[in-house]
Design a protein around this ligand. Sequence first.
Ligand SMILES: [Zn+2]
Ligand SMILES: [Zn+2]
Length: 131
Amino acid sequence: MIEDLSHNEKLILNVFKKSNKPLKAYQILFQVQKKGIKSPTQVYRALDKLQEIGKVHKIESRNSYLICNNTDCLNKSSVSFLICNLCEKIVEIEDKLFSNHFSKICEEFNRKYTQHNLEIFGTCISCSEKK
Ligand SMILES: [Zn+2]
Ligand SMILES: [Zn+2]
């Protein structure tokens, strides 16, 4: 899969691998500018592709992007994250039960389920222990 990536997509994926935390588009641009990616459009185009193949996910509420650490991520269109309110640590959860659950809810309302985008907020263990 990685081999199919363009030069820019590989560069941007590497930025994620090095930081391993959520990044905003301008932070990515800042890091790849020296390597020849000059415009936000190029960054967004690469991010779109990386999202499409499930290598990177978007955290909507934070308007940032996070690398996926699952080898073959099931979350290509639907994503679920646990977000710590205090330290902003984000964990991705892969859970087919969510899709099953939401498709049942959709049926009840005469809808056909397609995807979900779930962000669950709470406090992580290390932050709760600090109190
Ligand atoms: Zn994923
Ligand atoms: Zn925390």
